[in-house]
Design a protein around this ligand. Structure first.
Ligand SMILES: [Zn+2]
Length: 97
């Protein structure tokens, strides 16, 4: 059972100790505490998911949006164009009998 000095208080503790018997620091034999390790893991996951969502958003923007825009433009071109000029003509036309 090798002994190391606690990173917080310098007390000699076992490397496998869960907490320092002198100051109560968690994982006293480790270079970083459990909270610091969790924070590092959290930050790595944050960066990873930011990259995944960023790439996914870019993929959708470059691959899905242009065909969608073309579809919208086609459907607008196929539809009866610009209703505003037609309205006076319809009003001016005699009623169909
Ligand atoms: Zn300690």
């Amino acid at each position: 059972m090798p002994l190391v000095s606690c990173r917080a208080c310098g007390h000699q503790v076992d490397t496998s100790a869960m907490a320092c018997p002198s100051c109560g620091a968690t994982d006293p034999g480790k270079k970083i505490s459990r909270q610091q390790r969790n924070l590092i893991i959290f930050l790595i996951q944050l960066v990873f998911w930011a990259c995944v969502l960023g790439m996914g958003g870019r993929y959708v923007w470059t691959h899905w949006i242009p065909p969608l825009k073309q579809f919208v433009a086609k459907s607008q071109a196929a539809a009866p164009s610009s209703g505003a000029p037609d309205i006076p003509d319809r009003i001016g036309m005699p009623a169909a009998q």
